[in-house]
Design a binder for this molecule. Structure first.
Ligand code: GLN
Length: 327
């Protein structure tokens, strides 16, 4: 059994290396985020990935030890926290569950469609649910870090203070959304407090091993692969993974669902995490982003793994190239 397992691990390790080799020549097509000045310091050549398997395997490759800020990946944790603290009814009285087709930082539908953000994976939605956490807890950031630490299987989870300050100083678009939602009664707390919690949670540091652990918790229906503890209730897991599948890559969600076929979430820090149902958690890091704010290298690594390992939820054997011919 041990021999068979280790042969499987060797094969997986080789596939992971191949996936990185496949993506590496193309990461130059993207650019690092610069609208948060501190993120502009990222190294566009970085590329790392980790796969954690339900049977206890952990395979890391490339720049896997590098810590980066979760950015929008944190929105999934804020959503879990808000659902735990405030409950389903409250949360979904503040935010919808529909994809927008707009960029992650778009403000337009808050004015033209409904004052309630369309889903929790866009900035406006994450700010609204940050407001729910503030209303439901006296120490929402502390609770967020505690939950994030458990989900990532990491004791010393912390915030990157320089990124937080940079976002705090430059995040006027996010601030505008918070004030608009406060004015319309969507936010029931101070607009500055909601946006501040949002900036703090986005600035949480993690590496791909931490995020693969978190992805595996969700793939495992909420159970920690290391402690066996149920960290997320099954009804919450279902909501979070469904929203990741439909909205996790913003206006690139449909294409990602076709090409990779797994619930995924990206962040402008360069991370992507995906859940291979009951099998594995996968995370990638490559800070150069495509025009939709998703990591160019990470997308290619995940699409390669999805195809080679047969991870697509709806299987079909799609042949694709780095140029994007999957559709
Ligand atoms: N903190 C970032 C912002 O508000 C998060 C965006 C992202 O990762 N897509 O713009």
């Amino acid at each position: 059994m041990a021999e068979r397992l280790s042969a499987e691990q060797t094969l997986l390790e080789q596939t992971l290396r191949e996936a990185l080799d496949f993506a590496r020549p193309h990461i130059g097509a993207g650019t690092v985020a610069s609208y948060i000045p501190e993120l502009a310091k990222a190294n566009a050549a970085h590329l790392g990935a980790c796969i954690m398997t339900a049977d206890g395997g952990c395979l890391c490759s490339g720049d896997w030890q590098h810590d980066f800020t979760m950015q929008s990946i944190s929105k999934t944790i804020t959503l879990i926290l808000a659902l735990k603290l405030a409950g389903r009814e409250k949360v979904f009285s503040k935010v919808g569950v529909e994809p927008t087709g707009d960029t992650f930082n778009s403000i337009v539908k808050l004015e033209t469609k409904t004052h309630f953000p369309l889903n929790p994976m866009i900035n406006a939605g994450a700010i609204a649910i940050s407001g729910c956490c503030i209303r439901a807890s006296v120490n929402p950031h502390g609770e967020f870090l505690k939950l994030a630490g458990k989900l990532c299987g990491r004791q010393n989870i912390e915030m990157d203070n320089a990124v937080y300050l940079s976002e705090h100083n430059a995040g006027m678009r996010n601030r505008s959304m918070a004030y608009l939602m406060h004015g319309e009664g969507v936010l029931e707390c101070d607009a500055e407090a909601a946006v501040d919690l949002y900036f703090k949670t986005c600035s949480t540091l993690a590496n791909v091993r931490d995020l693969a652990h978190y992805a595996l918790v969700l793939a495992n229906n909420g159970k920690s692969p290391t402690t066996g503890e149920v960290l997320v209730e099954d009804w919450i897991v279902r909501i979070v993974k469904t929203l990741m599948l439909t909205c996790g890559m913003y206006d690139g969600s449909g294409e990602f669902a076709i090409r990779a076929g797994m619930p995924g979430k990206s962040g402008v820090g360069g991370g992507i995490m995906v859940c291979a149902e009951n099998k594995m958690g996968i995370a990638t890091f490559a800070p150069a982003l495509n025009s939709k704010g998703n990591s160019s290298g990470g997308l290619l690594v995940i699409e390669y793994l999805s195809q080679k390992l047969g991870l697509h939820l709806f299987s079909g054997n799609v042949h694709y190239g780095a140029e994007g011919n999957a559709l």
